[in-house]
Design a protein around this ligand. Structure first.
Ligand SMILES: *Cc1c(COP(=O)(O)O)cnc(C)c1O
Length: 358
Protein backbone atom coordinates (compact mmCIF):
# COMPACT_ATOMS: atom_id res chain seq x y z
CA UNK A 1 0.00 0.00 0.00
CA UNK A 2 1.42 3.39 -1.01
CA UNK A 3 -0.10 6.18 1.03
CA UNK A 4 1.11 9.66 0.10
CA UNK A 5 2.23 12.45 2.43
CA UNK A 6 -0.94 14.50 2.37
CA UNK A 7 -0.71 18.26 3.07
CA UNK A 8 -4.20 19.03 1.76
CA UNK A 9 -6.05 21.95 3.36
CA UNK A 10 -9.45 20.23 3.38
CA UNK A 11 -10.79 17.71 2.92
CA UNK A 12 -7.52 16.66 4.44
CA UNK A 13 -5.65 13.50 5.27
CA UNK A 14 -7.11 11.27 7.96
CA UNK A 15 -5.13 9.16 10.42
CA UNK A 16 -4.72 5.60 9.23
CA UNK A 17 -6.23 3.66 12.19
CA UNK A 18 -9.72 5.24 11.87
CA UNK A 19 -9.71 4.47 8.14
CA UNK A 20 -8.60 0.89 8.74
CA UNK A 21 -11.33 0.49 11.31
CA UNK A 22 -13.87 1.71 8.75
CA UNK A 23 -12.45 -0.75 6.24
CA UNK A 24 -12.76 -3.64 8.69
CA UNK A 25 -16.30 -2.68 9.63
CA UNK A 26 -17.48 -1.73 6.15
CA UNK A 27 -19.44 -4.81 5.08
CA UNK A 28 -20.58 -6.06 8.44
CA UNK A 29 -20.86 -3.50 11.20
CA UNK A 30 -20.55 -5.20 14.60
CA UNK A 31 -22.17 -8.43 13.43
CA UNK A 32 -25.33 -6.75 12.12
CA UNK A 33 -24.84 -8.08 8.60
CA UNK A 34 -24.76 -4.64 7.00
CA UNK A 35 -22.60 -1.59 6.88
CA UNK A 36 -23.28 1.42 9.09
CA UNK A 37 -24.31 3.29 5.92
CA UNK A 38 -27.23 0.92 5.53
CA UNK A 39 -28.56 1.24 9.07
CA UNK A 40 -31.54 3.38 9.99
CA UNK A 41 -30.57 6.54 11.80
CA UNK A 42 -33.31 5.65 14.28
CA UNK A 43 -31.86 2.22 15.03
CA UNK A 44 -29.71 1.15 17.98
CA UNK A 45 -26.56 0.48 15.95
CA UNK A 46 -26.37 3.94 14.45
CA UNK A 47 -27.58 5.73 17.56
CA UNK A 48 -24.78 4.27 19.64
CA UNK A 49 -22.23 5.57 17.12
CA UNK A 50 -23.91 8.98 17.09
CA UNK A 51 -24.00 9.25 20.87
CA UNK A 52 -20.44 8.02 21.20
CA UNK A 53 -19.25 10.70 18.77
CA UNK A 54 -21.01 13.37 20.83
CA UNK A 55 -19.59 12.13 24.10
CA UNK A 56 -16.06 11.77 22.67
CA UNK A 57 -16.18 15.34 21.42
CA UNK A 58 -17.49 16.52 24.79
CA UNK A 59 -14.71 14.83 26.70
CA UNK A 60 -11.89 15.72 24.29
CA UNK A 61 -12.76 19.43 24.38
CA UNK A 62 -14.07 19.41 27.98
CA UNK A 63 -17.35 20.88 26.77
CA UNK A 64 -19.38 21.89 29.83
CA UNK A 65 -22.78 20.33 30.53
CA UNK A 66 -24.60 23.58 29.87
CA UNK A 67 -23.63 23.34 26.19
CA UNK A 68 -25.37 21.44 23.43
CA UNK A 69 -23.26 19.55 20.91
CA UNK A 70 -24.90 19.47 17.49
CA UNK A 71 -24.06 17.66 14.25
CA UNK A 72 -25.34 19.69 11.34
CA UNK A 73 -25.02 19.82 7.56
CA UNK A 74 -24.22 22.51 5.02
CA UNK A 75 -20.66 23.05 6.19
CA UNK A 76 -19.22 25.93 8.13
CA UNK A 77 -20.51 28.06 5.26
CA UNK A 78 -24.10 27.34 6.23
CA UNK A 79 -23.31 28.37 9.78
CA UNK A 80 -22.24 31.77 8.43
CA UNK A 81 -25.95 32.30 7.76
CA UNK A 82 -27.47 30.18 10.52
CA UNK A 83 -25.60 31.99 13.30
CA UNK A 84 -27.08 35.43 12.52
CA UNK A 85 -30.47 33.83 11.76
CA UNK A 86 -30.53 32.53 15.33
CA UNK A 87 -28.46 35.04 17.26
CA UNK A 88 -28.93 38.39 15.55
CA UNK A 89 -32.34 39.92 16.26
CA UNK A 90 -33.70 43.03 14.57
CA UNK A 91 -32.51 46.18 16.29
CA UNK A 92 -29.19 44.65 17.30
CA UNK A 93 -25.89 44.40 15.50
CA UNK A 94 -23.09 41.84 15.57
CA UNK A 95 -19.35 42.49 15.61
CA UNK A 96 -17.08 40.68 13.17
CA UNK A 97 -13.31 40.50 13.44
CA UNK A 98 -11.97 40.03 9.94
CA UNK A 99 -8.75 38.08 9.58
CA UNK A 100 -9.17 36.31 6.27
CA UNK A 101 -11.42 35.08 3.49
CA UNK A 102 -13.63 32.95 5.70
CA UNK A 103 -14.40 35.75 8.14
CA UNK A 104 -15.19 37.99 5.15
CA UNK A 105 -17.72 35.43 3.97
CA UNK A 106 -19.23 35.12 7.45
CA UNK A 107 -19.64 38.90 7.59
CA UNK A 108 -21.30 39.01 4.17
CA UNK A 109 -23.90 36.45 5.23
CA UNK A 110 -24.57 38.24 8.51
CA UNK A 111 -25.24 41.43 6.56
CA UNK A 112 -27.83 39.59 4.49
CA UNK A 113 -29.67 38.60 7.66
CA UNK A 114 -29.29 41.72 9.77
CA UNK A 115 -26.80 44.33 10.79
CA UNK A 116 -23.15 43.44 11.23
CA UNK A 117 -20.16 45.69 11.69
CA UNK A 118 -16.42 45.24 11.36
CA UNK A 119 -14.82 45.41 14.81
CA UNK A 120 -11.34 45.04 13.31
CA UNK A 121 -9.69 43.92 10.13
CA UNK A 122 -6.08 43.10 9.41
CA UNK A 123 -6.47 43.26 5.63
CA UNK A 124 -3.54 44.93 3.93
CA UNK A 125 -3.36 45.01 0.16
CA UNK A 126 -5.83 42.07 -0.03
CA UNK A 127 -3.57 39.97 2.23
CA UNK A 128 -3.92 39.08 5.89
CA UNK A 129 -0.65 38.60 7.71
CA UNK A 130 -1.60 38.89 11.33
CA UNK A 131 -4.15 38.64 14.10
CA UNK A 132 -5.24 41.99 15.57
CA UNK A 133 -4.18 43.04 19.06
CA UNK A 134 -6.75 43.59 21.78
CA UNK A 135 -6.33 47.37 21.63
CA UNK A 136 -7.13 47.39 17.91
CA UNK A 137 -10.61 45.99 18.48
CA UNK A 138 -13.43 48.49 18.20
CA UNK A 139 -16.04 46.50 20.10
CA UNK A 140 -19.68 47.34 20.66
CA UNK A 141 -20.47 46.31 24.23
CA UNK A 142 -24.12 45.84 23.21
CA UNK A 143 -23.39 43.64 20.21
CA UNK A 144 -25.53 40.54 19.84
CA UNK A 145 -22.26 38.63 19.56
CA UNK A 146 -18.65 38.93 18.42
CA UNK A 147 -17.54 36.59 15.64
CA UNK A 148 -13.98 35.53 14.88
CA UNK A 149 -12.16 32.85 12.93
CA UNK A 150 -9.75 31.02 15.24
CA UNK A 151 -7.44 29.84 12.45
CA UNK A 152 -7.24 31.33 9.01
CA UNK A 153 -6.89 28.43 6.65
CA UNK A 154 -6.02 30.51 3.57
CA UNK A 155 -3.56 32.98 5.08
CA UNK A 156 -2.00 30.84 7.79
CA UNK A 157 -2.70 32.96 10.86
CA UNK A 158 -4.09 31.76 14.19
CA UNK A 159 -5.32 33.38 17.40
CA UNK A 160 -2.93 32.42 20.21
CA UNK A 161 -5.03 33.98 22.95
CA UNK A 162 -8.61 34.93 22.33
CA UNK A 163 -9.70 38.54 22.83
CA UNK A 164 -11.56 39.77 25.88
CA UNK A 165 -15.04 40.76 24.81
CA UNK A 166 -18.24 41.64 26.66
CA UNK A 167 -20.70 40.30 24.12
CA UNK A 168 -21.05 36.53 23.57
CA UNK A 169 -18.09 35.18 21.60
CA UNK A 170 -18.69 33.03 18.51
CA UNK A 171 -15.83 31.28 16.74
CA UNK A 172 -15.37 29.46 13.47
CA UNK A 173 -12.85 26.78 14.47
CA UNK A 174 -13.04 24.77 11.26
CA UNK A 175 -9.32 24.48 10.74
CA UNK A 176 -7.95 24.14 14.26
CA UNK A 177 -10.62 22.42 16.32
CA UNK A 178 -8.99 19.68 18.40
CA UNK A 179 -5.55 20.82 17.29
CA UNK A 180 -5.04 22.37 20.71
CA UNK A 181 -6.75 22.96 24.02
CA UNK A 182 -9.37 25.67 24.23
CA UNK A 183 -11.66 26.92 27.00
CA UNK A 184 -15.08 26.26 25.57
CA UNK A 185 -16.71 28.17 28.41
CA UNK A 186 -15.24 31.40 27.02
CA UNK A 187 -17.45 31.00 23.95
CA UNK A 188 -21.19 31.22 23.43
CA UNK A 189 -20.83 29.12 20.30
CA UNK A 190 -18.07 27.33 18.45
CA UNK A 191 -18.43 25.58 15.11
CA UNK A 192 -16.31 23.65 12.66
CA UNK A 193 -16.64 21.72 9.46
CA UNK A 194 -15.16 18.29 10.23
CA UNK A 195 -13.11 17.89 7.07
CA UNK A 196 -9.94 19.60 8.21
CA UNK A 197 -9.00 18.23 11.57
CA UNK A 198 -11.57 15.72 12.78
CA UNK A 199 -13.10 13.74 9.97
CA UNK A 200 -14.50 13.70 6.46
CA UNK A 201 -16.65 16.37 4.83
CA UNK A 202 -20.41 16.28 5.33
CA UNK A 203 -20.78 17.07 9.01
CA UNK A 204 -20.38 20.33 10.88
CA UNK A 205 -20.05 20.31 14.65
CA UNK A 206 -21.50 23.05 16.79
CA UNK A 207 -21.00 23.55 20.52
CA UNK A 208 -23.46 26.11 21.80
CA UNK A 209 -24.49 27.28 25.24
CA UNK A 210 -27.95 26.04 26.14
CA UNK A 211 -29.13 29.49 27.22
CA UNK A 212 -28.05 30.88 23.83
CA UNK A 213 -30.18 28.22 22.15
CA UNK A 214 -33.10 28.98 24.43
CA UNK A 215 -33.05 32.71 23.71
CA UNK A 216 -32.44 32.40 19.95
CA UNK A 217 -34.84 33.78 17.38
CA UNK A 218 -37.88 31.64 16.56
CA UNK A 219 -39.05 33.60 13.50
CA UNK A 220 -36.91 31.49 11.19
CA UNK A 221 -37.54 28.13 9.49
CA UNK A 222 -37.58 25.23 11.94
CA UNK A 223 -34.75 23.44 10.13
CA UNK A 224 -32.38 26.36 10.82
CA UNK A 225 -33.16 26.71 14.53
CA UNK A 226 -30.49 25.41 16.87
CA UNK A 227 -33.29 24.50 19.24
CA UNK A 228 -34.75 22.04 16.72
CA UNK A 229 -31.51 20.10 16.51
CA UNK A 230 -30.72 20.37 20.21
CA UNK A 231 -34.12 18.94 21.17
CA UNK A 232 -33.75 16.10 18.66
CA UNK A 233 -30.16 15.20 19.60
CA UNK A 234 -29.21 16.13 16.01
CA UNK A 235 -31.63 13.50 14.68
CA UNK A 236 -34.39 15.86 13.55
CA UNK A 237 -33.72 14.93 9.95
CA UNK A 238 -31.46 12.19 8.60
CA UNK A 239 -27.93 13.05 9.67
CA UNK A 240 -24.91 12.29 7.47
CA UNK A 241 -24.45 8.91 9.10
CA UNK A 242 -21.29 7.88 7.26
CA UNK A 243 -19.55 11.17 7.99
CA UNK A 244 -20.49 10.96 11.67
CA UNK A 245 -19.40 7.33 11.85
CA UNK A 246 -15.98 8.22 10.39
CA UNK A 247 -15.68 11.21 12.68
CA UNK A 248 -16.47 8.88 15.60
CA UNK A 249 -13.55 6.69 14.50
CA UNK A 250 -11.23 9.71 14.35
CA UNK A 251 -12.41 11.07 17.71
CA UNK A 252 -11.94 7.71 19.34
CA UNK A 253 -8.39 7.57 17.96
CA UNK A 254 -7.67 11.12 19.16
CA UNK A 255 -9.10 10.35 22.59
CA UNK A 256 -6.59 7.52 22.98
CA UNK A 257 -3.77 10.01 22.34
CA UNK A 258 -5.19 12.89 24.39
CA UNK A 259 -5.44 16.55 23.47
CA UNK A 260 -2.32 17.59 25.36
CA UNK A 261 -0.14 15.26 23.32
CA UNK A 262 -1.88 16.23 20.10
CA UNK A 263 -1.18 19.90 20.83
CA UNK A 264 2.49 19.24 21.63
CA UNK A 265 2.84 17.19 18.45
CA UNK A 266 1.30 19.99 16.38
CA UNK A 267 3.62 22.58 17.97
CA UNK A 268 6.58 20.40 17.21
CA UNK A 269 5.64 19.87 13.55
CA UNK A 270 5.01 23.57 12.97
CA UNK A 271 8.26 24.42 14.77
CA UNK A 272 10.25 22.20 12.42
CA UNK A 273 8.74 23.80 9.31
CA UNK A 274 8.90 27.43 10.51
CA UNK A 275 12.43 26.76 11.71
CA UNK A 276 13.54 25.89 8.20
CA UNK A 277 11.59 28.81 6.71
CA UNK A 278 13.44 31.19 9.04
CA UNK A 279 16.77 29.54 8.38
CA UNK A 280 16.35 29.72 4.60
CA UNK A 281 14.58 33.09 4.58
CA UNK A 282 16.75 34.33 1.72
CA UNK A 283 14.79 31.91 -0.48
CA UNK A 284 11.52 30.99 1.25
CA UNK A 285 9.37 33.93 2.36
CA UNK A 286 6.94 33.34 5.20
CA UNK A 287 4.63 36.39 5.09
CA UNK A 288 2.84 35.94 8.42
CA UNK A 289 3.93 37.89 11.52
CA UNK A 290 5.72 35.49 13.87
CA UNK A 291 3.29 35.89 16.74
CA UNK A 292 0.33 35.13 14.44
CA UNK A 293 1.73 32.03 12.77
CA UNK A 294 -0.67 29.12 12.45
CA UNK A 295 0.38 25.67 13.59
CA UNK A 296 -2.17 24.23 11.18
CA UNK A 297 -1.62 25.96 7.83
CA UNK A 298 1.89 27.12 7.02
CA UNK A 299 2.07 29.45 4.01
CA UNK A 300 5.17 30.61 2.19
CA UNK A 301 6.40 31.89 -1.14
CA UNK A 302 9.32 31.09 -3.40
CA UNK A 303 11.23 33.67 -5.46
CA UNK A 304 8.97 33.21 -8.52
CA UNK A 305 5.64 31.63 -9.45
CA UNK A 306 7.45 29.33 -11.86
CA UNK A 307 9.56 28.01 -9.01
CA UNK A 308 6.40 27.54 -6.93
CA UNK A 309 4.86 25.43 -9.69
CA UNK A 310 8.03 23.38 -9.97
CA UNK A 311 8.13 23.01 -6.18
CA UNK A 312 4.61 21.55 -6.12
CA UNK A 313 5.31 19.26 -9.09
CA UNK A 314 8.66 18.01 -7.78
CA UNK A 315 7.22 17.41 -4.32
CA UNK A 316 4.43 15.33 -5.87
CA UNK A 317 7.07 13.13 -7.51
CA UNK A 318 8.26 12.36 -3.98
CA UNK A 319 4.72 11.53 -2.83
CA UNK A 320 4.07 14.86 -1.11
CA UNK A 321 0.73 16.23 -2.27
CA UNK A 322 -1.58 19.14 -1.50
CA UNK A 323 1.11 21.82 -1.28
CA UNK A 324 -0.31 24.43 -3.66
CA UNK A 325 -1.62 27.54 -1.92
CA UNK A 326 -5.30 28.48 -2.08
CA UNK A 327 -6.38 29.66 -5.53
CA UNK A 328 -7.04 33.14 -4.12
CA UNK A 329 -3.60 33.57 -2.53
CA UNK A 330 -1.17 31.48 -4.61
CA UNK A 331 2.16 30.43 -3.13
CA UNK A 332 2.70 27.27 -1.11
CA UNK A 333 0.62 26.04 1.78
CA UNK A 334 1.45 23.02 3.89
CA UNK A 335 -1.46 22.05 6.11
CA UNK A 336 -0.23 20.25 9.21
CA UNK A 337 -3.46 19.01 10.72
CA UNK A 338 -3.58 16.32 13.39
CA UNK A 339 -3.25 13.50 10.86
CA UNK A 340 0.04 14.82 9.45
CA UNK A 341 2.99 13.03 11.02
CA UNK A 342 6.31 14.51 12.12
CA UNK A 343 7.90 12.17 9.59
CA UNK A 344 5.93 13.88 6.80
CA UNK A 345 7.11 17.31 7.94
CA UNK A 346 10.71 16.12 8.14
CA UNK A 347 10.42 14.76 4.65
CA UNK A 348 9.05 18.08 3.46
CA UNK A 349 11.84 20.18 5.02
CA UNK A 350 14.46 17.83 3.64
CA UNK A 351 12.90 18.35 0.20
CA UNK A 352 12.87 22.13 0.77
CA UNK A 353 16.60 22.15 1.51
CA UNK A 354 17.37 20.13 -1.61
CA UNK A 355 15.02 22.20 -3.78
CA UNK A 356 16.69 25.44 -2.75
CA UNK A 357 20.12 24.07 -3.70
CA UNK A 358 18.60 23.33 -7.13
C1 LIG B 1 -12.91 25.33 5.16
C2 LIG B 1 -13.38 26.42 6.01
C3 LIG B 1 -14.70 26.91 5.92
C4 LIG B 1 -15.70 26.37 4.91
O1 LIG B 1 -16.11 25.12 5.23
P1 LIG B 1 -17.25 24.39 4.38
O2 LIG B 1 -17.45 23.15 5.15
O3 LIG B 1 -16.71 24.18 3.00
O4 LIG B 1 -18.44 25.26 4.37
C5 LIG B 1 -15.08 27.90 6.79
N1 LIG B 1 -14.24 28.41 7.69
C6 LIG B 1 -12.97 27.99 7.79
C7 LIG B 1 -12.07 28.60 8.82
C8 LIG B 1 -12.50 26.99 6.96
O5 LIG B 1 -11.24 26.56 7.06
Amino acid sequence: MARVYNFNAGPAGLPLPPLERAQREMLDFEGTGMSILEHSHRGKAYESVHDEAISLLRSLLSIPDDYDVLFLQGGASQQFAVIPMNLLPAGKSADYIITGGWSEKALEEANRIGKARVAATTVDNKQYRRIPKQEELDLDANAAYVHLTSNNTLFGTQWKTFPKVQAPLVADMSSDILGKKIEVKDFALIYAGAQKNIGPSGVTVVGVKKDVVASARTDIPVIFRYETHAKANSLYNTPPTMAIYLMRNVLSYLADIGLEKIEAHNEKKAGVLYGVLDELSDYYKAPVDKDSRSTMNVVFRLPTEELEKKFVADAAKENMVGLAGHRSTGGIRASLYNAVTLEAVEKLVDFMRRFRRG
